[in-house]
Design a protein around this ligand. Structure first.
Ligand code: TXA
Ligand code: MG
Length: 305
């Protein structure tokens, strides 16, 4: 299959919507990472996502909808998640809630779970696509299962080129790491995945949030080369990704800005993977604020596999 790359435009959205309604998956940027989107009400289309990614089928997908009212058609949002959603949607927040009884979502999307992960994205490209398609879109990150998440169209091409028909190109994703995931159960919010939101913030803490280790595979976001963390200097034949005072071969953020570092993280990992270095090292990232979410990704990327 030939993978076309189209810059964001009305015509590109029309073509993407046509493919999606014909049951094909299309890569589209969101504010977090590029997603591989398919019609969430069409089981066969959703199966093509799993097929293109080579993803284990027990891993449920996030459903993207255009606004809060659409979210309520697929999920029974409790009071705590409603409050969070009102504060952060459209934005990098995914809420896991009971699946609505009469929802049109294909059961392959939730991998048969009685819950669903839903989010209202803030990026113009996926919002335009949601409007044009008129159905919820299931979309995991647009990379082969277990590899680095894509924050540019080129990343998607490298990972899924030849396996999907179309990539919508709208430049680099502003946030650069996947959405924060929370679940509401028994009147409490649980954090399932750290993401761009400052969940140490007052609103979330007041809601009684507890940190829960994500039910994800330990080795994830993996480059093809070994990765060493907390490095102050490069070893022999090693590509060093710097941060703050550690310059490296390239830097996540020379000024030590964690938001900039998050936005560049996967891009630098792709560059390191494509470099002539035999191994990759990353400078220490402070364990606070967005640094928590960055270090979570880095530990997974460095985990033995
Ligand atoms: O920012 C994002 O969230 C990106 C963009 C494309 O929206 N999407 C993304 O999807 O990161 P994915 O499939 O790579 O990660 C989805 C995560 C998985 O760890 C999955 O286990 C979890 O969400 N998830 C989805 N539905 C769930 C559910 N019902 N219960 C628990 N976890 C769920
Ligand atoms: Mg992913």
């Amino acid at each position: 299959m030939q993978t076309r790359v189209l810059p964001f435009s009305d015509d590109a959205i029309t073509e993407a919507a046509r493919l999606i309604l014909a049951g094909e998956p299309v890569a589209v940027p969101t504010e977090t990472v590029y997603g591989l989107a398919a019609d969430a009400t069409n089981a066969e289309a959703v199966a093509r996502i799993y097929e293109a990614k080579g993803r284990p089928s027990f891993n449920p997908l996030i459903v993207h909808v255009s606004d809060f009212n659409e979210a309520r058609k697929v999920a029974d949002l409790g009071p705590l998640s409603t409050e969070l959603a009102e504060r952060h949607w459209p934005g990098p927040l995914t809420v896991v809630a009971p699946l609505k009884a009469d929802s049109p979502i294909a059961s392959l999307v939730t991998a048969g779970l009685p819950t669903i992960g839903v989010r209202v994205p803030g990026h113009r490209a996926i919002q335009a696509l949601l409007q044009a398609v008129g159905h919820p879109l299931a979309a995991p990150s647009a990379n082969a299962s277990g590899s680095i998440s894509p924050t540019r169209a080129e990343h998607v091409e490298r990972s899924l080129g030849g396996r999907i028909p179309l990539i919508l190109d709208d430049g680099a994703c502003p946030r650069g790491i996947e959405s924060t995931i929370v679940a509401e159960t028994g009147g409490e919010l649980r954090l399932l995945r750290r993401g761009p939101l400052d969940i140490e913030g007052a609103a979330f803490a007041a809601a009684g949030a507890k940190l829960e280790s994500p039910g994800q595979m330990v080795s994830h976001y993996a480059p093809s080369k070994p990765l060493r963390l907390n490095a102050d200097e490069a070893g022999e034949d090693e590509y060093l990704i710097g941060f703050g005072p550690v310059p490296g071969d390239s830097s996540l953020s020379p000024s030590g800005d964690l938001a900039e570092a998050a936005a560049r993280l996967f891009d630098r990992l792709y560059a390191a993977d494509a470099s002539s270095g035999k191994t990759i090292a990353v400078a220490p990232i402070p364990e606070r604020g967005l640094g928590l979410a960055i270090n979570d990704r880095l530990r997974r990327a460095a985990a033995p596999r």
